[in-house]
Design a protein around this ligand. Sequence first.
Ligand SMILES: [Zn+2]
Length: 247
Amino acid sequence: MKADPAEQLRLLDLQGLDARLDQLAHRRRTLPEHAEIEQLDRDLRRLRDLTVAAETRASDLEREQAKADADVEQVRARARRDQARLDSGRVSSPKELMDLQSELASLARRQSELEDVELAVMERAEEVQSEVERLRADAAGVEGKRAAAVGRRDAAVEEIDNEAYLTQQAREAVVRDVGGELLSLYEKVRASSAGIGAAELKQRRCQGCRLELNTVDLARFRDAPSDEVLRCEECRRILVRTAESGL
Ligand SMILES: [Zn+2]
């Protein structure tokens, strides 16, 4: 293939801009904030699951507490009725009096037992409630960190996109200087050669694969007309001659 030496040199500018675009795309994909946000999302899901579990326990305990309150109240009401009957003076039979007194004593014991249960349920309910509050506070903290990480990610993405836009503009200007045939060869080689389509021949070394020319290729390249498009025999990339090629 033949191409004007100035166009061949422009390929090196194009290669530089394409390498920069590749770097920017890589940086955009691998921003540390992506992993950070994923981790924070996992933390949030875990905290939400724990919160739901604790809230379920809290509402179970609320029901248990209502039942314990009702149990105590039932015994108290019964004791109040017995006591009123006793105080009314209408019970005259000694047996009935004894039965009433014995029932009041047993109701008092029962009430005391039920109040212990009520207290224990109340304590557990308070513990679970403070666990719910702690989990909600933790989740709010993680949400704050996530918002900050999203802000940093968006700022970094915007900066990268701005630079990519300017680089893309510069690339379009360079592309206008390169002939269609040379450009499509460059694109084809670049697609199959790890993003490097054209490399400088510098100090007799291909800057694409870093290998030095053998004496046969060196002699052939030295004799090649300046408008001939050279290819590295090792990596097949387009080799661009410059003042530093050492030919
Ligand atoms: Zn090479």
